[in-house]
Design a protein around this ligand. Structure first.
Ligand code: CA
Length: 165
């Protein structure tokens, strides 16, 4: 089964560098995602930095070049344990509370489900990127040493193109 991008994702896709476009077009064949943000202009980068959503200032983010070398992606979960979810996992507290009610489990269990889903998504990206000969960086492992525990700032949706392998 393959999936398709909705209008918002397509708009984000149009701001991505050709290598990321190639990658997301392969990812969506096997794993459903929503593309949340690609190119980030100065005022948006400054706002992201000021709010703590980004740790770098304009123009040092991979989102700041055009076309963008970075994309923020949310996994689109279809169902869990037989329960229809059918939404992108933003991790927003309201979503976590809603899913906890829906799945009849704790909020911490929902967080665990989300982190697992993100790690699955990141694995798909890394695999697809490598198969195409591209090096990617994940916001869950900034230094790409395969250790997710050695950093303070975790940005699970962040995927950046870092050149060829
Ligand atoms: Ca690491």
């Amino acid at each position: 089964m393959s999936y398709t991008f909705g209008p918002k994702s397509l708009k984000v896709r149009s701001t991505l560098c050709p290598e990321l476009v190639e990658i997301v077009d392969k990812v969506i064949l096997v794993y459903d995602v929503s593309l949340i943000e690609g190119h980030r202009p100065e005022e948006i980068q400054t706002a992201a930095f000021n709010s703590g959503a980004s740790r770098v200032q304009w123009p040092h983010s991979d989102h700041n070049v055009f076309p963008s070398n970075a994309v923020d992606v949310w996994p689109f979960l279809h169902e869990y344990s037989g329960v229809r979810i059918y939404e992108s996992l933003s991790g927003h507290p309201k979503q976590v509370a809603r899913l906890a009610r829906k799945l009849k489990c704790s909020k911490s269990k929902v967080h665990q489900i989300m982190v697992e889903e993100y790690q699955k998504m990141i694995g798909v990206f890394m695999g697809v990127g490598a198969a195409l000969g591209y090096k990617l960086q994940s916001g869950s492992d900034w230094d790409s040493d395969l250790d997710r525990s050695d950093q303070k700032f975790i940005d699970l949706p962040h995927i950046a193109f870092k050149g060829t392998l």
